[in-house]
Design a binder for this molecule. Structure first.
Ligand code: SAM
Length: 380
């Protein structure tokens, strides 16, 4: 089962089918599928819109503490990982059987430790901060599923973003928004307020078909007993053979010198500097930096300032697009739904999404080529 963000289930299902998964089915913020061990490595490496990949071990009915303990104890834990590894249990539930997820995690921990003691006479230690092995327990009403979390840290931690600026966007969210926008690497790309450069880097990886997690060094499955390092290496090599050439430009601007420095460093970390250029620029003083069609995706500040300034800021976004960016598909995500009204252009698409806990909108403004007057759609 692959976990994802609100609304990204169809994107993730498509990614999984393209990678070769079997029996792909969309759930709520997750997609279930079938694949072998090599496919699990490939899913962790390549999926852009997955947060975690779980390997379900067992699903059973649970009515009390004893059912839980017995079912967890029954699993062959020493066969999954060695006693020298540390582990942690993460429980999510929507059930009347237990009223505390911590209690469920503790009970399950007891069962796992007791199983190790019974079979190998030694026990693994718990480490809730940075465990080697993560176990997920999900209880919905009376149904409990125990899974191994094959990813470990969330897959948005791609390994290239060492430096972050204010309000960096989650990498999985960025990739999902880019895919929603139809970004396919067939035009030039521009983020006028690039912050730490997340859209630029994810856009380059999509354009070149570079595996999303090529820069990441570790996954929880590397601590499992059945970890097959040579199979993993083969999967990485085979995925790298599928990269493609990209003949357009990816450009990022930011007004803040510190953001430009961070973005540049992250681009270097991702080994993508041959495709991406970052410059210090105030978007409101710029003109379209390329000729021909331009694909733009960005998230402006949501409003740390006074509302009146934010509204003016969004009005300037509209004016700049209208006057200086013909032939541009401008996609913008914001949580400031009030300020959005001040852009003054009618979006041709408006999609509900979330940025973390904040409800947001992804909007598309289509700026047509030709005479500046009258070709764009102006909000009445
Ligand atoms: C919400 S952050 C973008 C975060 C970015 N997507 C990331 O992943 O790090 C907004 C950015 O807009 C920049 N900014 C604000 N006003 C700007 C302007 N007039 N021109 C260019 N950049 C601007 C800020 O410096 C900030 O880095």
């Amino acid at each position: 089962m692959a976990k994802t963000l609100y609304g990204f289930e169809p994107l993730l299902a498509k990614e999984l089918r393209n990678l070769g998964a079997g029996h792909v089915e969309e759930g709520v913020r997750n997609v279930t599928f079938e694949g072998d061990t090599g496919f699990m490595y490939k899913a962790n490496l390549c999926l852009r819109t997955a947060l975690k990949i779980y390997k379900p071990l067992k699903t059973f009915k649970v009515f009390n503490e004893k059912n839980l303990y017995d079912n967890v104890f029954d699993l062959d834990w020493p066969n999954y990982f060695g006693h020298e590894k540390t582990f942690a249990i993460d429980t999510t539930m929507s059930s009347d059987v237990f009223n505390n997820s911590m209690f469920v995690s503790l009970k399950a921990k007891d069962a796992i430790v007791d199983k190790f003691r019974a079979v190998v006479r030694q026990r693994p230690n718990v480490n809730t901060q940075d465990p080697d092995v993560r176990i997920n327990i999900h209880i919905f009403k009376n149904t409990c599923t125990i899974s191994l979390d094959s990813s470990g840290n969330s897959l948005h931690q791609r390994g290239y973003r060492i430096l972050t600026n204010i309000a960096p966007i989650n990498e999985v969210l960025a990739a999902g928004l880019l895919l929603t926008s139809g970004w396919d690497g067939e035009t030039d790309f521009f983020d006028p307020m690039c912050g730490s450069g997340t859209f630029l880097i994810e856009a380059a990886m999509i354009a070149c078909n570079i595996p999303a997690n090529i820069n990441r060094e570790s996954y929880a499955f590397m601590h499992w007993k059945d970890y097959d390092a040579s199979l993993h290496e083969k999967i990485v090599e085979a995925s790298l053979k599928k990269t493609r050439e990209f003949h357009h430009k990816i450009i990022g601007y930011d007004k803040a010198p510190s953001a430009v420095r961070k973005a540049q460093e992250n681009v270097d970390n991702a080994h993508l500097s041959e495709y991406i250029s970052v410059e210090r620029n105030d978007f409101f003083r710029t003109k379209k930096p390329v000729e021909g069609k331009l694909h733009m995706v960005f998230n402006p500040p949501y409003g740390e300032r006074l509302p009146i300034e934010v509204n003016e800021f969004y009005a300037k976004i509209g004016d700049t697009l209208k006057q200086e960016y013909p032939g541009t598909n401008a996609w913008m995500i914001t949580s400031n739904l009030e300020a959005l009204k001040f852009v003054g252009l009618r979006p041709s698409r408006k999609i509900k999404t979330f940025n973390g806990k904040l409800e947001a909108r992804l909007v598309l403004y289509e700026m047509y080529e030709g005479s500046k007057k009258g070709k764009y759609i102006e909000e009445s």
